[in-house]
Design a protein around this ligand. Structure first.
Ligand SMILES: *[C@@H]1O[C@H](CO)[C@@H](O)[C@H](O)[C@H]1NC(C)=O
Length: 607
């Protein structure tokens, strides 16, 4: 008795009295034989449930979800109050042609100087951007077919790697040549489809893209889920002339944030091959960071676009829940996951985002999206808007990182934004962060189990990795009442965030609490379960998933070991334009000089 916790109604909570609680995760770090043994135990009928129960209790899950009176009603999907229009933005036609949106997006970018193509030798390292490719194709310095051959020869090189460390899990050289030839011909005839024509893009293996299967980097998903057409976001890119290089590697089924994958091999971090890329969009981020693709599409249900973008030193945008269509992705029925673009620069993210955006009819009924917008980076108004921005920072949370290199670097950026642009940094407090993490894990976990159950009971469980099985064993113990409790917490957290957004425009945090972790050699064959590292990687990302908010990770520099650090900007509902504008300013302040990744390929080769 006396174990019951009672939460005050959310409006009555005294925010100023809230104390920050450090996140403590208690779970064993397991690889190899021990992980195998552990999975045997937790999958055992009685003993398994007992062990998982004790682990949940140890980590306060039972207390927060079962022993607490939560006065709020559940919120089963992100529900947003109506939003004020964003200042200084251009509206994108959601129902128009993707090519036309990309054309307007292009008119939002700063002046392009083609001379940068030639001066690349003398200047510090930088990635070729989409406009560099576009210029090279239009001035006949290169053709998409030439670039395709360079890409194919790199894939040959990767095929022979031991142990395997693939960037793509499905690749078809002939299909790539065919797409490139068609694009090359459009340039020869002088009518490219858009600025994205001939641009190389990778698609994460949980988003449909013909002629490839969608396996979610499992070894069985394609047997039960054939691909009949492109996902909506992929078909929008295709109509812009994009060339799809294949299906990018990922953490199996997106159920982990390291990017470890014993099925096909673990993608290596281009900056440090002995380290993880982060996940689950491991292949998409690594392909972009290696210079092999201008952009990639990932999915983000718990940081899966932002975490690998941060660890690999590239830009990743998580869109507002309902802003992009999930039709044609493996996880098309959840309440936390979205499709978002990864690219080396903010302007490239803007171009790809302009192509893929557009909510599905179902989302329009229930979430009433505000019109999609982009910042006009070339208008003088944009600078004025920057000066009025109020940035919210929860200092104790911001500093709760593995190494102070991360918080120091991110802090420097905020100081530069104040000094150079007049942005105001405001201290905020976000209550109930532990509740938020639990509500997120119960939501994403229950939603995954619900979609995987039919296959698990159909014998596929033995074909899943040990890490996936560990997670599923935990997720399967969530009761319907835990799921409802999580949705009540979602309503509380939404309230706190909407109150904060009355006083600030954007919430800033490091993207991850840790830079790229080392891959244990024993983790390659059977995988790895390391929930503490997972906690550091996910520390700042889940608000955007549980609450559906837009968020972007933008590279801001390196730690003492030379590993990339990302800054995360979390925006108001539907506020992609505002975070893109700020991300672009951050990139300008500290995006250069960039370190050339140890694994980098120039496939444009115009010099
Ligand atoms: C953005 O502003 C520039 C400069 O004022 C203008 O030339 C351009 O047309 C604007 N872009 C759009 C899409 O309206």
């Amino acid at each position: 008795m006396g174990k019951k916790r009672i939460m005050l109604p959310v409006e009555e909570v005294d925010i100023s009295a809230v104390k920050y609680e450090n996140e403590v995760i208690k779970a064993p770090h397991l690889t190899g034989f021990l992980l195998k043994l552990f999975v045997k135990i937790i999958e055992a009928p009685l003993l398994g449930s007992l062990i998982v129960y004790l682990m949940k209790k140890e980590n306060r899950m039972v207390e927060l979800l079962r022993n607490t009176v939560i006065p709020e009603a559940p919120m089963f999907k992100p529900e947003f109050p109506p939003q004020e229009p964003e200042p200084g933005v251009i509206i994108m036609e959601e129902d128009g042609k993707p090519e036309d949106r990309v054309e307007s997006a292009l008119k939002c970018l700063p002046h392009y100087d083609p001379a940068s193509l030639w001066n690349a030798d003398s200047s510090p390292f930088r990635y070729w951007k989409i406009r560099d490719y576009a210029h090279a194709y239009r001035s006949r310095l290169a053709t998409p077919s030439m670039v395709a051959e360079h890409f194919i020869s790199v894939m040959e090189e990767f095929r022979n790697k031991k142990p395997p460390a693939p960037l793509l899990v499905s690749f078809d050289a002939e299909d790539l040549r065919k797409q490139a030839a068609a694009s090359t011909q459009r340039f020869q005839e002088g009518n490219p489809l858009s600025i994205l024509d001939g641009i190389f893009v990778a698609i994460k293996d949980d988003i449909d893209c013909l002629p490839h299967p969608s396996k979610g980097a499992t070894i069985w998903m394609h047997e039960v889920r054939p691909v009949e057409k492109d996902a909506v976001s992929v078909s929008r890119l295709r109509s812009c002339g994009v060339i799809f290089v294949g299906k990018a590697n990922m953490h199996e089924l997106g159920l982990g944030t390291s990017g470890n994958n014993p099925n096909y091999g673990t993608t290596r971090n281009p900056h440090a091959p002995e380290r993880y890329t982060g996940g689950s969009s491991s292949g998409p981020a690594a392909l972009v960071a290696s210079g092999l693709c201008s952009a990639a599409l990932g999915t983000d249900g718990g940081g899966s676009v932002r975490i690998p973008s941060s660890l690999c030193g590239v830009v990743g945008l998580k869109t507002t829940y309902g802003r992009t269509s999930m039709i044609g992705s493996i996880c098309d029925s959840g309440t936390v996951e979205i499709i978002g673009p990864i690219a080396s620069m903010v302007e490239d993210v803007m171009l790809v985002y302009a192509a893929i955006l557009g909510s599905s009819p179902a989302d329009r009924i229930c979430s009433k999206p505000a019109p999609p917008c982009l910042p006009n980076l070339s208008s003088s108004e944009s600078l004025n808007v920057m000066g009025t921005l109020r940035l919210g920072k929860y200092t104790q949370w911001f500093n709760d990182v593995y190494s102070t290199d991360i918080s120091d670097k991110c802090e420097d950026v905020l100081n530069m934004l104040s000094k150079n642009h007049g942005c105001k940094v405001t201290e905020i407090i976000i209550p109930e962060l532990n509740e938020m993490r639990n509500a997120h894990i119960v939501s994403i976990g229950s939603e995954s189990v619900s979609s995987l159950n039919p296959h698990c009971y159909d014998g596929k469980i033995s074909k899943m990795t040990l890490d996936t099985r560990t997670n599923l064993a935990l997720f399967r113990t969530f009761a319907a009442s835990d799921y409802v409790a999580a949705q009540c917490l979602r309503r509380r957290l939404m309230y706190y965030h909407m109150e904060i957004f009355k006083n600030v425009d954007i919430i800033v945090t490091p993207t991850t609490g840790m830079t790229a972790p080392i891959i244990s050699p024993s983790a390659l064959k059977f995988g790895e379960s390391n929930l503490q590292v997972g906690g550091y990687l996910m520390r700042f990302v889940v608000a955007a998933n549980l609450l559906g908010l837009p968020a972007i990770s933008v590279p801001v520099g390196y730690d003492k070991q030379g590993l990339p650090i990302g800054l995360q900007l979390i925006g108001r509902p539907w506020g992609e334009a505002s975070i893109l504008r700020l991300a672009s300013a951050v990139e300008e302040l500290c995006g250069e000089p960039k370190k050339k990744p140890a694994q980098f390929y120039d496939i444009l080769k115009v010099k």
